[in-house]
Design a protein around this ligand. Structure first.
Ligand code: NAD
Length: 249
């Protein structure tokens, strides 16, 4: 059933070629939004955009490195011109480069922060410039429960995702007077490429920490994104929504 809660809205989804981002692209399109898919490679973005177009909305595929502010500015400008505005930004692109603290290289720390935190800032700033002018918009930043509770081997990732939560709250306070809402989602363990390589022991140990006793599906995150993107959440800003099977309560 097509719900149309985002009829004729325009959305940008970073990291939309696979995993959580791909499910978000589909869900936004199903809800009636035109969608611009951003990913590191244009072919990946194109496959997701073509599939989403099947819901009868306009789509675009764009290659970018979210850590580059010029890419963020270019994409927001292109999408605004070609799709006729910007209503929803989903900052979903993210990477891991795990390693124990004592062995963590500067390069691995810096790159994860550059993509996950600075990349979110780059698109948030570019989109906010458009949204404050028309006094409406919804920005959703994909963080992680690791940004709330930490995780061994992920000091770089935890710092970046904790930063995304702080960034979300500061931006929400700053943009609220212009009716632009900024919220975050903190997923737990979700079945995607990012979690596909977990050792069996790690997977078993993770399951014991999840009250609902299963890993999540990308659609679980996509449903939360549609809610936060739509007017159904009109009075919610600066919130962190855990979608984690109860893991971080
Ligand atoms: P994934 O690895 O399956 O997909 C990542 C996406 O980000 C891809 O589309 C990739 O092209 C894009 N991307 C990566 N670096 C980029 C860059 N520099 N510029 C532009 N795009 C880039 O990951 P996923 O599991 O779908 O995760 C999506 C988001 O959810 C990430 O922010 C991740 O940290 C977060 N998250 C995932 C889980 C999980 O269990 N899978 C848990 C918590 C949070």
């Amino acid at each position: 059933m097509r719900l149309n809660v985002l009829q004729e809205k325009v959305s940008i989804v970073t990291g939309g070629s696979r995993g959580i981002g791909r499910a978000v692209v589909e869900a936004l399109a199903r809800a009636g939004s035109h969608v611009a898919v951003v990913a590191t490679r244009e072919d990946g973005a194109r496959a997701a955009a073509e599939s989403a177009a099947g819901h009868g909305v306009k789509t675009m595929a764009l290659a970018a490195d979210v850590s580059d502010p010029a890419d963020a500015d270019r994409i927001v400008q292109t999408v605004t011109e070609e799709l006729g505005g910007l209503d929803v930004l989903v900052n979903n692109a993210g990477i891991t480069r795990d390693g124990l603290l004592l062995r963590m290289s500067d390069e691995d720390f810096d790159r994860v922060v550059a993509v996950n935190l600075k990349g979110t800032f780059n698109f948030l700033r570019a989109a906010a410039r458009v949204m404050v002018k028309k006094r409406s918009g919804s920005i959703i930043n994909v963080s992680s429960i690791v940004g709330l509770i930490g995780n061994p081997g992920q000091t770089n990732y935890a710092a970046s995702k904790g930063g995304v939560i702080a960034l979300t709250k500061a931006a929400a306070k700053e943009l609220a007077s212009r009716k632009v809402r900024v919220n975050a989602i903190a997923p737990g363990f979700i079945n995607t490429d990012m979690t596909a390589d977990l050792a069996e022991g790690t997977r078993e140990a993770a399951l014991t920490m999840i009250p609902l006793r299963e890993f999540g599906h990308p659609d679980h995150i996509a449903e939360a994104v549609v809610f936060l993107a739509s007017s159904r959440s009109a009075y919610i800003t600066g919130h962190v929504l855990n979608v984690d099977g109860g893991m971080a309560m």
